[in-house]
Design a binder for this molecule. Structure first.
Ligand SMILES: Cc1cc2nc3c(=O)[nH]c(=O)nc-3n(C[C@H](O)[C@H](O)[C@H](O)COP(=O)(O)OP(=O)(O)OC[C@H]3O[C@@H](n4cnc5c(N)ncnc54)[C@H](O)[C@@H]3O)c2cc1C
Length: 473
């Protein structure tokens, strides 16, 4: 099959936009840290409100300020801001984004995918692509066209979502609590508007029942003792939430990412982060496959690494949702336990790392260095940049003290790997993936040139052959 494009990404939500940018940056027709490694985090931070202490369940408070990250906080910002910076970056690096275009079906062939496309005022047409990614959200057309099941169940009904103004805003950036039979959350958009989520166990009309601001104010008064003067709602709706996950993230030449692959309740606030991390994990592997240098099995590590993370997020957010919606008789005990847990440093750090996503790691080969599969810390480089800035090129990095890097360490890999001499005394040589995870590491003194070449071959395929010399050269 002759392809019109290398890859079609369906869906311009956060997962699809990050992936489209990563693929475009790699020359294929994309947590705050993932965005930092793409040069978009600082702009996004200016659009939101950083929350360094998360208050929940009456008196419990989780300190995020000691997270091992340049961004030791939760950023409260509207999703459309995230999408805006991701779209600007994707367009800047050459992604061809077609708004108002709907994918209606697909047919797989051994060497490509035929994608049925519909656009208003145009006849339906077929576009041929080498690969396709369904990042088209919870009701994914791509997932359905593949005939993949999406097993799971609804977990919470009749949650009201509203965007309002407040006459007396609450003192904390993120205000969240439960009381008796109700739960509510208030978060600022940063422009005078606030997002409110409200739920009441004893008031669960069907989803299409009209919803009024009075209902949100009532829940808020019950939970916080105040409705903070909510008025002028610009948007208000009722929704339900499911917990579901597709059994495999790859089917032949089609892959699934973000909500198309896994959905869960908003408790834990991790849906978008998880989708962005899916995209970051997949982008460079798919680009390597398209460019023809991916070692055997590399693309399949996408499912192997991300499916367990999706399952973990489903379990974590499900457990949190059950704690949030506990019957009134158990609320006091839960609040005491939550307060006590956040006072135990080890538990508090674990919770903060879990919520932020910085604790996610991937399985490493038996006997591998303890850093293999872990997220890399941001380090100063000898050339004055930070390591996360060096990752913005979308290539792998071979990082070590300058004297521990043989001169020809990356020869033959110049099209996919950069040497990254680190500024501080480091006893480790590490091969770092474009999604900021450590592919391979060894103690600096023990890392021999053949070991480095072996790790490059394992993660980056065969080196490019030097161009043949022509007569007279
Ligand atoms: C109330 C609520 C609060 C939330 N709060 C948080 C939070 O605090 N933190 C967090 O991380 N996550 C949160 N989430 C989850 C987050 O919104 C989602 O996980 C995220 O939007 C998923 O991104 P995505 O790119 O996978 O899919 P989506 O954002 O759903 O994007 C899918 C895109 O695909 C397009 N599309 C669909 N079908 C087609 C088709 N056939 N052809 C072409 N395009 C198509 C859609 O128009 C859309 O643009 C919340 C969700 C809800 C409902």
């Amino acid at each position: 099959m002759i392809s019109d494009v290398d890859v079609i990404v369906v869906g311009a939500g956060p997962a699809g936009l990050l992936l489209a940018g990563d693929l475009a940056q790699a020359g294929v027709s994309w947590t705050l840290e993932q965005l930092d490694a793409r040069g978009t985090a600082d702009e996004l931070v200016t659009s939101g409100t950083p929350v360094a202490e998360l208050r929940f369940f009456a008196n419990a408070a989780l300190d995020l300020s000691r997270l091992p990250s340049r961004f030791p906080y939760l950023l409260v910002t509207p999703q459309y801001e995230t999408e805006r910076v991701l779209e600007e970056r994707a367009t800047r690096v050459g992604a061809d984004i077609r708004h108002g275009t709907e994918v209606t079906g697909l047919t797989q062939h051994p060497d490509g995918v035929e994608v049925k496309v519909r656009q208003a005022d145009h006849p339906d047409r077929v576009v041929r692509a080498g690969w396709m990614v369904g990042a088209d959200g919870i009701h994914s057309t791509v997932r359905r066209a593949l005939g993949l099941p999406f097993p799971g169940k609804p977990v919470v009904r009749s949650v009201v979502l509203a965007e309002v103004r407040l006459t007396q805003p609450p003192p904390h950036a993120l205000t969240v609590n439960t009381s008796g039979d109700a739960f509510a959350l208030i978060a600022p958009f940063g422009d005078g508007w606030y997002r409110v989520i409200a739920w009441h166990r004893r008031n669960q009309p069907p989803e299409d029942a009209p919803v009024h601001l009075a209902e949100v104010c009532e829940v808020s008064r019950q939970v916080f003792g105040s409705d903070y003067g909510m008025h002028d709602p610009r948007w208000i709706s009722r929704f339900h939430s499911d917990e579901r996950q597709v059994p495999r993230y790859r089917d032949g030449r089609v892959l699934l990412a973000g909500d198309a692959a896994h959905v869960h309740s908003p408790a834990g606030m991790q849906g978008m982060n998880t989708g962005i991390q899916d995209a970051a994990n997949l982008g460079w592997k798919l680009a390597a496959t398209v460019h023809g240098w991916a070692p055997p099995g590399l693309l399949d590590t996408y499912h192997a690494e991300r499916h367990p993370v999706g399952r973990q997020v489903l379990h974590g957010s499900g457990a949190l949702l059950r704690l949030v919606t506990l019957p009134p008789a158990l609320v006091a005990a839960r609040n005491v336990l939550a307060f006590a847990a956040t006072k135990i440093p080890a538990v508090a750090s674990w919770l903060a790392a879990a919520i932020s996503g910085v604790a996610i790691s991937y399985p490493a080969a038996p006997g591998a260095h303890p850093l293999a599969g872990k997220r890399v810390a941001d380090l100063p480089l000898a050339d004055g940049r930070r390591l996360y800035e060096a990752l913005r090129g979308g290539r792998l990095l071979l990082a070590a003290r300058p004297e521990a890097l043989p001169a020809d360490a990356t020869s033959g890999y110049g099209d996919r790997v950069d040497a990254a001499p680190v500024a501080r005394a480091s006893g480790t040589v590490a091969l770092i993936r474009p999604d900021a995870y450590i592919a391979w590491a060894a103690a600096g003194d023990a890392a021999t040139a053949p070991q480095i070449r072996d790790s490059l071959a394992r993660w980056c395929g065969s080196p490019a052959q030097p161009a043949a010399r022509t007569a007279g050269q």
